[in-house]
Design a protein around this ligand. Sequence first.
Ligand SMILES: Cc1cc2nc3c(=O)[nH]c(=O)nc-3n(C[C@H](O)[C@H](O)[C@H](O)COP(=O)(O)OP(=O)(O)OC[C@H]3O[C@@H](n4cnc5c(N)ncnc54)[C@H](O)[C@@H]3O)c2cc1C
Length: 527
Amino acid sequence: MAKAWHSRIHMKGQVLYNWPRGWCEERLRLSENTGVQDVLFDVAIIGAGIVGCALAYHLSRFRLKILWLDKNHDVGEGTSKANSAIIHTGFDATPGSLESELVTKASREWPEVARRLQVPLQQTSAMVLALTEEEKALLPELLKKSIQNGVEDVWLITGDEARALEPNISKAVKGALLVERESIIDPFTACSAFAEVAVINGVNLVLGLPVESLSETATGVKTVNCGSGRQFKARTVVNAAGLGSTILGTSYGARPLDINPRRGQFLVYDKTASSAVSRILLPVPNPKTKGILIAPTIFGNIIAGPTAEDLPFDPASTPETTPEGLDLIRSGAARLYPGIVGEPAISAYAGLRCHCRQGQYQITFNDGLNGVVTLTGIRSTGLTVSIALAEFIHRGLERECGLECQPAADAVDGRHEDAGPGWVLHRPFENEVRLHQNPDYAHMICYCEQISRQELIDAIHSPLSPRTIDALRRRTRSASGRCQGFNCLIQIAELISECTGTALNHITRKGPGSEIIMGSTRRQAGI
Ligand SMILES: Cc1cc2nc3c(=O)[nH]c(=O)nc-3n(C[C@H](O)[C@H](O)[C@H](O)COP(=O)(O)OP(=O)(O)OC[C@H]3O[C@@H](n4cnc5c(N)ncnc54)[C@H](O)[C@@H]3O)c2cc1C
């Protein structure tokens, strides 16, 4: 039997879960014996959203000892899992801003990075649709802004030209701005691909461990104080904790900034709707929001959203959808594509932008303590910007914090072509050789997305060792289709249990506290 690509690689770093004994294999459990607590790290990164992931990947290619911590139980579990999944060109950014500089740079780099890391990315192009004469009058200004941002492959087109490209858009469209290079991406694989390479290169990733404060010893070494009384030592620290960044910042005297979650809700439509729209459709933006868009997803669905609702700051808040929000999406999307009202929605989700009153991209080196960097206000373009931001932080750490970065000659900077998710190009069950070698590639667990037992097993054994149902969902697409896990959830839980030797009642949706077998279900099952 051919071995999965990752069975042939040597992992220099570790993935450790801060979980009770018996909730995962002992080798994956953070304990006194794992050694990470005795190391003086060069860099500690707090936060494993897309920003932390890209940074860990970038820095892993240098000779640095890196510790990476997140309170969640997988990478990309915060805002990075709930966005529009667009790689922006930066055509509508504020010219001259750091955001504009980073977005335009990153958008040009993404196709090559995605190819190297096996992250699904597709250039679909986008159209900003003007439905009134007033909106049409704003398009030339948008074109001018785009050119100021260095995005020159944009065109003003008429309503009829727009309808020739997208026949299902509203008859009321009077004109449009066509933006060639706008693209869609798999935001989940983006996070896990960065993280896999980082760990292969030697980064130590600890999941399920909240950082509570930072302090400094007399010698200038930083102490990272975590939940469960755990402490780690590092010379420099990057606080990339998203909505958690400012509250953590208060522990080390960081520059005070006012942030609040700006919620964005979305509706996900069935794959039967996918032929209706092939480009990203945007309304003419206003100063607060880009408005309700419709976009194809890389997975073959279409999405509509997001809303823009300012919520009070609450570090414990989890994003939820509301009936009012979903109504707003339906009516906003129907302006652009009236037929969307007849399309079946299969799911809804919400994400929280890190809105900062003082402005986007607040990055402060030597913030409160020497050698500590705080990143906050990475609001609406963080997915795109992540790769350029990582390089920006790296340069700042060298320049401002005295971090010495020597390239590591043996570091890898890509993933094997088999590492790409099976749903994208090479469906394993369609590959006769693979099927002959392992019939489990035809043993379907998730029928909606056609994900086989062996793909799930491969994912369980992949470098980050995902151990929750949601983490596997993000790796493979299992439980992400029409039934949203109604049919396959328990089989996936059983498979994790079987592959890892963990009792079924310790298999969770997203870490301890979210067990899928609880209360009366447990009693009925005799567990
Ligand atoms: C509705 C919406 C639509 C968007 N659309 C797009 C788009 O199309 N394109 C685009 O480029 N961007 C988009 N964005 C923006 C993008 O999603 C964000 O900018 C990006 O995900 C921010 O990443 P992050 O790593 O900073 O934050 P997060 O993903 O939130 O990661 C922060 C991490 O820090 C961890 N953490 C927090 N506190 C602690 C602590 N005390 N200890 C340990 N860990 C901690 C969290 O668990 C989390 O994993 C959108 C955002 C939203 C909400």
